[in-house]
Design a protein around this ligand. Structure first.
Ligand SMILES: *Cc1c(COP(=O)(O)O)cnc(C)c1O
Length: 386
């Protein structure tokens, strides 16, 4: 319609964090109207920043931050604080120049794509199901996405297919492999076989290891970066560190690679208030992360309860969410698995719990104890109405 727009963008559907349901309301039972929704659909922390830390930030905003001035574009203090945090207990010796900051790790994903594949120079490889943003951002830049599958039982990548794709993909060849550790939406860690495969990839292929859920998994490959000049690790303040609203992500890599990311980004990509918030979060990380053990206990309890439902299939999780699917034999009254999942999602929403329908399953974030309890009760009711 707009003749000046690249035609491939016409087909692209904009990313919708909360897609609208497609279930006809008259096919659903009546539930009483709900006042608030439990947001278990975006893998955020269920806990806001403690009030004292918000007050600290408010004070900084009033007393220290000049809104008429551009923010610190070099992010020097924050980079050093992040490097210290990354090194803690990891055996790594990351320096501040090995950190690059983004407006969310989404920005860093886009910068990596621009730096490697733009202009017909490269394709990317992903293993579906995985974080959708790699594919979406690649498509907006006209970068081809090659997708291989995963085991239906463990969600381990099909490494034979991945290796074949690397050999066979030409015009343009694969320049970047994206993996998530642990994966979203399936919550599994990289296996030893996958890590071994990543280690031997040639130096002309960039390996992006997204550790958005590191604080929940406690698994990181950061100590291997010194031996792997073609690896980059992505992390974020959006999940365990409770700052999704502030959009702060970071990359850890060899200094020559972070220097490239600095060239590609927008000059003032990180607002001053977000830099201040990230610093406060790191200064108070012990307090912010202290809720994680109880969230992991809640995760085990939720998984155990879900595993007892004959209609559900569940998998272990190394993150702050669980992934479930409907067993085929439970679908007799439904035309398709996706139809049944859409109905299940809507039945939960009508009762007040938001979850994410994705890749033939549901991804459910671990919330507060009350939210988790309500989810389990509402899910039992929803399954009875399937
Ligand atoms: C949530 C998430 C991110 C975080 O993105 P931000 O832009 O930093 O909020 C990155 N990668 C994965 C796999 C995620 O699930």
């Amino acid at each position: 319609m707009l003749k000046f727009i690249r035609p491939e963008l016409a087909q692209l559907v904009a990313y919708a964090p909360h897609p609208e349901g497609t279930i006809a309301p008259d096919t659903l039972p009546d539930f009483p109207p709900v006042a608030t929704l439990d947001q278990l659909n975006a893998n955020e922390s269920p806990y806001d920043l403690p009030l004292v830390l918000k007050q600290k930030l408010a004070w900084a905003y009033q007393q220290e931050l000049a809104t008429n001035r551009y923010p610190d574009s070099g992010h020097a203090m924050l980079k050093q604080a992040i490097a210290d945090y990354v090194n803690e207990g990891s055996g790594a010796a990351i320096t501040a120049e090995q950190i690059a900051l983004g407006n969310g790790s989404d920005e860093l994903i886009r910068s990596l794509l621009i730096a490697t594949c733009l202009g017909g120079q490269g394709s990317i490889l992903v293993a579906d199901p995985t974080f959708v943003m790699y594919g979406i951002l690649a498509q907006t830049l006209g970068i081809p996405v090659v997708a291989v599958g995963r085991s239906e039982t463990t969600f381990a990548m099909d490494l034979t297919a991945a290796q074949a794709a690397l050999v066979q993909t030409q015009d343009p060849p694969i320049r970047v492999v994206f993996v998530v550790h642990p994966n979203s939406p399936t919550a599994n860690l990289l296996t030893e076989a996958e890590i071994t495969w990543l280690r031997q990839l040639p130096e002309h292929i960039l390996v992006v290891i997204d550790e958005a859920y590191f604080e929940f998994s406690q698994h990181t490959l950061v100590s291997e970066l010194a031996q792997q000049p073609n690896w980059v690790i992505l992390r974020t303040f959006s999940k365990a560190l409770r700052l999704a609203s502030h959009r702060v992500g970071y990359a850890i890599a060899a200094a020559p690679l972070t220097a490239i990311l600095e060239k590609v980004r927008l000059p003032y990509n990180l607002p001053a208030a977000s830099q201040a918030a990230a610093l406060v979060a790191l200064q108070h990380r012990e307090q912010l992360l202290s809720v994680i053990p109880s969230m992991l206990t809640a995760r085990s309890q939720i998984l155990a309860t879900l595993a007892r439902h004959p209609q559900l299939q569940v998998w272990p999780s190394a993150a702050n969410f669980v992934y479930l699917r409907l067993r085929p034999e439970g679908l007799v009254s439904q035309p398709s698995a996706d139809g049944a999942l859409a109905r299940l999602t809507e039945l939960l929403k009508r009762q007040g719990t938001l979850v994410r329908q994705i890749s033939g399953g549901l991804r459910v974030t671990i919330g507060t104890p009350e939210e988790n309890q309500r989810f389990l009760e509402r899910l039992a009711i929803a399954l009875a109405h399937l």
